[in-house]
Design a protein around this ligand. Sequence first.
Ligand code: ZN
Length: 417
Amino acid sequence: MSLRPPRESVVDRFLRYVRINTQSKEGESRTPSTESQWVLARLLVEELRALGASDVRISEHCMVYASLPGVPALAHVPPIGFLAHVDTSPAVSGDAVNPIVHRNYQGGDIVLPGDPSQVITVEQHAILATMIGDDIITTDGTTLLGSDDKAGVATIMTLVDMLQQNPDLRRGTVKIGFTSDEEIGSGIEKFDVEGFGAKFAYTVDGDAPGEINHETWSARLATVTFHGHSTHPGTAKGVMINAIDAMASYLTQLPADMRPETTEDRVGFLHAYGGTMDVETSTVRIILRDFETAGLNGKERLLRERASALERAVPGLRVSVDVIEQYRNMNDVLKDYPQLTEFALEATRRAGLAPRTRPIRGGTDGSKLTFRGLPCPNIFTGGQNFHSKLEFNSRRHLEKTTETLVHLVQVFAEETR
Ligand SMILES: [Zn+2]
C-alpha cells in the first residue's frame, strides 16, 4: 500500500526544531529547568492542533499530550504511546544552533566550517560508509545539534502528519507525549502517566538505524564530600587539611579501567562529572552505571571503601559518601512484555532496516515510565554523537525512523486480537 506523504518533510521539521535552544539546566528545582523549553513545547502544541490531533494540552511542567483516535473497528487495540524529550543536554552549548546539510555525501571526513578543529572522521564513524548519497545534517562545529532528541520530536510529529494524511490506515489509538528536562533526569517525574492514556509506549530517543533498546543501565549518583580544615596558608603547617588535595587523591585512586573512556558494551563505569572545590569543603559528583545490580553494588562499595581508606591516611579529614538511585534497568520489567520489542523489530524490518536489540549505555525517560507502569522500550532516531559538537543525523535516518513508527502502529493493530 502506498501512503500519501506528510504535509511537511521530517527534515524540514527537524531543522526548524533544532534552531530553538532548549538546553535544560542542572540544579534548578522547578520543572522545566529553563524557560526556553516552553518555546518549542508551545510550538508543538500549535502544530499538533494544526494537524488535527485531539486533546492537545500542555501541563504546568511543560509536558505536551495529544491523542489520535484510532479507527472505530479497532477499538480493541490498546492505545500505544510515542514519547520524545524537547530539551537538549546542558553539556554542550545549544545556543544559536546552525544546522548544516551536507547534500549527497560522497564519503570522507566531514570538517565543520564554524570550527575546523571539529571533524567527523571516517575512522571513528563506521556508519559513514553506509551513508553515501545521503544528506548528512551536522552543526557548524560550535554547538551541539540537538538531534537528541529533536530527531524523536520531528519523527513523531511526522508520524502524526502521516496518520492524518492517511486516515484509512488500520490502527488503534495513538498517544503522543513530549517531555521536558529528560537530560537532567527530573522531568519525567512530572509526566502524567494516567492522563497520557497509553497502555504501552515507546520513547524515540535512540541512535543507529535499526536499533531497539529494551535494556538500560541501572544508575546511581554518588556525592562524595571532603571535609577539610581551612586556615591562612602562611600559618598552615600542621593545621590545614586541604579538601581539594584530598579530592584529587581520591579521584586518582579510582580504577582507570572503570571509566567511560575505557569501557564499552556491557561493562559498567564510574564517572566523575562535576563538583566544587574549596580548601574547607570539596565535593565531587560521580555517576555509577551497570547493567547488573550486583555490579552497581560493587561500585558503590568501592567508593565507600576508598573514602574510608583516605580518612585513615589523612588524620582529621572526613569523607562522606551519599548515594541515590537514579533509575533501574527497564529489562527487569520489559522481559515480561517481549512482544513490545518484537513489534518494534518487525516494524524496523518492514522499513527495510536490519533490526537488532542493543543494551543502551544510558537511561531513557522510558526506564522510569516502565517502573511506573507504562512499559516503554526505546527506538532509534538515526542520531550519532549525542551531547557533542560532532552530533549528526541524516535525511535518510530521519525518514527511516518515521517509516518505522508508521509501520509500528500497524503491526500493533495486526498483532492485537
Ligand atoms: Zn535523549
